[in-house]
Design a binder for this molecule. Structure first.
Ligand SMILES: C[S@@+](CC[C@H](N)C(=O)[O-])C[C@H]1O[C@@H](n2cnc3c(N)ncnc32)[C@H](O)[C@@H]1O
Length: 409
């Protein structure tokens, strides 16, 4: 559905709610089953009647957001403000909760509900979830309830959620998803019963968009079956963690020159690889999986500080989940935890992508890399003695691998 149409429809519902009506965004049967609205929550004691009446969600995202006192939260598409008020309780007076909505009528309703609740730690912003009016790294958690399915640019909405989250920040969302059945009859039936199914993603599409935005630790749990392949779901993911002033994000083509420069600087140490010259970007890109591929950047200057990427070890399908990774940190930025943060993010994202074994060959002289890999769950498979010649010298390589405890048998 087009953005303006969505805003018009929810503005109308907001005006009805302001007039004291219970608003419903799905067929009565679904509403009565408690799948939608305030009935989907665990504990709503103490919330104003107006906020409960206006609840148009499809689950309880705040319950899984792990909110702590003092944290800052953003609710995408905050509607009548129910999740903002629930979050505000959890983060307490030293925390802050932003509610963002494109409908001015919904903002009026939410502000009235917040005033009635006496919530002083909340602020409602007018804007679109595809262009969030907050600076980067502004919040510890992004929550949302039955909104992302409405967006006509979901990739932009998820990229914005990633941008505004601090490294290590959580994405905890309730949404409507489909099982991808293309049968138009089932789909039409679902659309009649459950509002906004038309734009809902399948679970796989959701995972893919979250991955592309840079998220790791992705979990999508179906929470209610609305029939005809439509479900409510809790969608959770994490923005990779790294130290202050830095960020881990997906590698982009614009990073090519800096990525290759760091690659070359690593090769020049003589302890990174048998290669002596970094490849062209085309060769680099062609030889590596598009995902996971991360860079660590300085958020002030935008400078790339390190990168991690992987190549498949074989084209045989039996090895589909086995990759060989490369991890390079700018020689001037060692010992800031960048390698550890990149490798941690890479492991989590590779498990999301169904990769069960990550392997790497490391020169025995590169003791820092061997120690880092051991710390993150890699084991030494063995030493391949005098396996190749580097600048005319026969050298050993230690083969390390990490077998995922979560993926595969
Ligand atoms: C289904 S209601 C959910 C409201 C609220 N989250 C709840 O659980 O009650 C969808 C809300 O998202 C808002 N919305 C829809 N698309 C939006 C967008 N692209 N940007 C910002 N807000 C949007 C609507 O105005 C509406 O308030």
């Amino acid at each position: 559905m087009a953005h303006d149409e969505v805003v018009r429809r929810y503005s109308e519902l907001a005006r009805e709610a302001l007039a004291g009506k219970v608003v419903v965004d799905c067929e009565a049967g679904e509403f009565e089953r408690g799948c939608f609205g305030a009935a989907g929550y665990g504990d709503t004691t103490g919330l104003p009647e107006g906020a409960l009446r206006a609840g148009l969600g499809c689950g309880d995202p705040v319950a899984v957001a792990g909110l702590r006192a003092g944290e800052t939260v953003l609710d995408l598409g905050s509607g009548g403000g129910i999740d903002v008020l629930l979050s505000a309780r959890r983060v307490g007076p030293h925390g802050k909760v932003y509610g963002l909505d494109a409908s001015p009528d919904m903002l009026d309703l939410a502000r009235a509900n917040a005033a009635q609740a006496g919530a002083a730690n909340v602020e409602f912003l007018h804007g679109a979830i595809e262009a969030v009016p907050l600076p980067g790294h502004a919040v510890d958690a992004v929550v949302s309830n039955c909104v992302i399915n409405l967006s006509d640019d979901k990739a932009a909405a998820l990229a914005e959620a990633f941008r505004v989250l601090r490294p290590g920040g959580r994405f905890a969302v309730s949404d409507v998803v489909t099982d991808g059945d293309p049968d138009p009859v089932r789909r039409a039936a679902a659309e009649r019963r459950v509002g906004c199914v038309a734009g809902a993603l399948t679970v796989e599409e959701y995972r893919d968009l979250l991955r592309r935005a840079g998220f790791a630790g992705i979990a999508i749990r179906l929470t209610a079956d609305h029939g005809d392949g439509v479900h409510s779901a809790i969608v959770q993911a994490v923005k990779p963690a790294i130290g202050p002033g830095m960020e881990i994000r997906p590698m982009r083509e614009q990073d090519a020159a800096q990525v290759l420069e760091i690659y070359q600087a690593g090769l020049d140490t003589g302890n990174a690889s048998f290669e002596t010259a970094a490849p062209s970007w085309e060769a680099f890109d062609r030889g590596r999986l598009p995902h996971p591929r991360y860079v660590a950047v300085d958020t002030g200057s935008g400078e790339v500080l390190g990168w991690v990427a992987a190549s498949p070890v074989s084209s045989r399908c039996v090895y589909a989940g086995v990759v060989e990774h490369s991890l390079y940190v700018h020689p001037g930025c060692q010992a800031h935890g960048i390698g550890r943060a990149l490798l941690t993010a890479f492991i989590a994202a590779s498990e999301d992508a169904g990769i069960w074994t990550i392997q790497g060959g490391i020169f025995p002289e590169n003791t820092a890399s061997l120690a880092l890999h051991r710390k993150l769950g890699f084991r030494v498979v063995g030493t391949r003695e005098r396996i190749g010649r580097h600048h005319g010298v026969w050298r050993d390589v230690v083969l390390m691998e990490r077998r995922s405890p979560a993926v595969g048998g």
